[in-house]
Ligand binder design. Structure first.
Ligand SMILES: *[C@@H]1O[C@H](CO)[C@@H](O)[C@H](O)[C@H]1NC(C)=O
Ligand SMILES: *[C@@H]1O[C@H](CO)[C@@H](O)[C@H](O)[C@H]1NC(C)=O
Ligand SMILES: *[C@@H]1O[C@H](CO)[C@@H](O)[C@H](O)[C@H]1NC(C)=O
Ligand SMILES: *[C@@H]1O[C@H](CO)[C@@H](O)[C@H](O)[C@H]1NC(C)=O
Ligand SMILES: *[C@@H]1O[C@H](CO)[C@@H](O)[C@H](O)[C@H]1NC(C)=O
Ligand SMILES: *[C@@H]1O[C@H](CO)[C@@H](O)[C@H](O)[C@H]1NC(C)=O
Length: 474
């Protein structure tokens, strides 16, 4: 469990890095503005709009008791006398400095009081472009709230809003979030947000990344999703969303990554998905998806990760996977797949992980698997595969313990390859198992320590016996 979730995270991390640098790149457009140090060594004037400064200090006082903000930082936009977690920019039409970024929660940024609640006033800072609250609301339950803006344009500068890991952030995602219409990155991950995804969120048509993962969201994924034509990354994983995947997903032509894992989604992957020709990463594990694969699956020629374990599919594995030449990970375990493993899978030269365990696959392991030069994790355990394992001893040694063929009673290893390898498969023509590693149940599996102790004990005992023998015969 632990290992498999890590190996799932790894490609995620790898993906997040390049994707976050696709244009438009918000973070690079927001640089901190550094005011030159005053040559006469005098305190520079507080060149902020007084009402903006007042709003800022009210927010700081309500959020954090790290400092007496007004006294410690009378010129918060002056880089020589500001705190980490604030950035300012000069106005285009005035000679003032304006708060463009505020960051709370993670050191060295200001820490949040245990009594802090969501400061809706932040949305009245007219030049704010980025706002971060990380592990900030942890004690006092609070909702996301937006002020009723008399001039909606006041809030329109915000490009990035990130509220992450706030266990006390509860309640719904407010529909008024749609008034933040410059938003490009909206991250509301790992909070306790509940209720439905408001359709109004899909009018934020500048959105490039939308992450609502790890919350308590319910209800369907609204079909209006498709109107986010600039979306590159979508993550709705680890919620309680139900219904089917909207067909309109195919309208998001720039989509590179989507993750809908661990929800209660039903139905099949919509056919429209074939239009997503930039798609690199697709994760749908742990849902209730079934039925069939889209006709045009093979059109997803950018796809590198297809992760769809734990769904009640109960169909044969589609041949078309073998045409997705960029695939690096294909995970479709625990899903009731039947029939043989398509030989086309042997064409996936860049495949590094193939997880087919715990299905009902029959027939032989395709001959060509032995020449998958990038493969390093291959799990075919708990199927009904049969025949001679088509791997030579070099392949077997290269994969080592990342190869799992156990619990396929019909498989056997040719005696010429079996020497010194341990994969839990019988040698053909004998009842001798080549392995000390049996297909253990997880809980029964001996830990590394037990095995080392056993080995140590074995060595000690045999040496004692040998000594015993020597001393007696002497
Ligand atoms: C919106 O901006 C106008 C002028 O730009 C200002 O008078 C008004 O107070 C602002 N409203 C809010 C809620 O900040
Ligand atoms: C959050 O909002 C909901 C509905 O809008 C409300 O019922 C609830 O009392 C609010 N909770 C807090 C802690 O503000
Ligand atoms: C396989 O991966 C390499 C390096 O990541 C890449 O250059 C190559 O184009 C890939 N091959 C295919 C068929 O996508
Ligand atoms: C293969 O899958 C089985 C069943 O899910 C799991 O117990 C085992 O640890 C996996 N083996 C490897 C090498 O990942
Ligand atoms: C393997 O074991 C079964 C029963 O345990 C026996 O009937 C069979 O003859 C054995 N086969 C060989 C090749 O030893
Ligand atoms: C695994 O454990 C279950 C329940 O403890 C048992 O019924 C089953 O036979 C075991 N399987 C193997 C392969 O040992």
């Amino acid at each position: 469990m632990c290992c498999s979730s890590w190996s799932l995270f790894l490609p995620l991390l790898l993906l997040v890095v390049p994707i976050s640098c696709f244009p438009p790149c918000v973070s690079s457009s927001i640089g901190s503005y550094h005011v030159n140090k005053n040559k006469n060594n005098q305190a520079p004037p507080n060149n902020m709009d007084p009402s903006e400064a007042e709003t800022l200090f009210n927010i700081m006082d309500s959020m954090s008791s790290d400092h007496t903000w007004r006294i410690s930082f009378p010129n918060p936009c002056n880089s020589a006398s500001s705190w980490p977690g604030i950035e300012c920019k000069p106005g285009q039409n005035d000679k003032l400095l304006h708060v463009s970024r505020l960051d709370f929660g993670s050191p060295p940024n200001p820490s949040c009081k245990t009594t802090a609640t969501f400061p809706s006033q932040v949305f009245t800072l007219p030049y704010l472009q980025s706002l971060f609250f990380f592990h900030c609301f942890t004690q006092t339950k609070t909702n996301i709230s937006l002020p009723l803006l008399s001039h909606p344009s006041n809030a329109s500068s915000l490009q990035q809003l990130s509220l992450r890991s706030n266990p006390a952030l509860v309640g719904p995602i407010p529909s008024q979030i749609s008034s933040l219409h410059s938003l490009q990155i909206l991250t509301l991950s790992q909070n306790r947000l509940a209720g439905r995804i408001p359709v109004q969120i899909f009018s934020l048509n500048s959105l490039v990344h939308l992450d609502l993962s790890y919350n308590l969201l319910t209800g369907p994924i609204p079909p209006q999703l498709g109107s986010l034509r600039n979306l590159v990354g979508l993550d709705l994983s680890y919620n309680s969303l139900s219904g089917s995947i909207p067909d309109t997903i195919g309208q998001m032509g720039l989509l590179q990554k989507f993750d809908l894992s661990s929800n209660f989604l039903v139905g099949n992957i919509p056919d429209s998905i074939e239009k997503l020709n930039s798609l690199v990463f697709m994760a749908l594990s742990s849902n209730r998806l079934g039925g069939k694969f889209p006709q045009g699956l093979a059109k997803l020629q950018s796809l590198q990760y297809f992760i769809m374990d734990d769904n009640p599919m109960f169909i044969p594995l589609p041949e078309e996977f073998g045409k997705l030449m960029k695939l690096q990970e294909l995970r479709v375990a625990n899903s009731g797949y039947s029939g043989t493993i398509p030989t086309s899978f042997s064409h996936l030269t860049n495949l590094s992980t193939l997880s087919l365990q715990n299905n009902r696959l029959t027939g032989e392991i395709p001959e060509g698997f032995g020449s998958l030069s990038h493969i390093y994790h291959l799990n075919l355990s708990r199927n009904m595969l049969a025949g001679i394992v088509p791997f030579n001893s070099i392949f077997l040694k290269r994969l080592g313990r990342n190869l799992d063929l156990s619990a396929n009673p019909g498989l056997c290893l040719s005696p010429s390859e079996a020497y010194g390898v341990k994969i839990g498969v019988n040698v053909c023509g004998t009842n001798r198992t080549v392995s000390t590693i049996q297909p253990f149940n997880k809980s029964e599996a001996p830990s590394g320590l037990c095995k080392s102790l056993f080995l140590l004990c074995f060595i000690l005992c045999t040496s004692v016996l040998a000594l015993h023998h020597i001393s007696f015969s002497a």
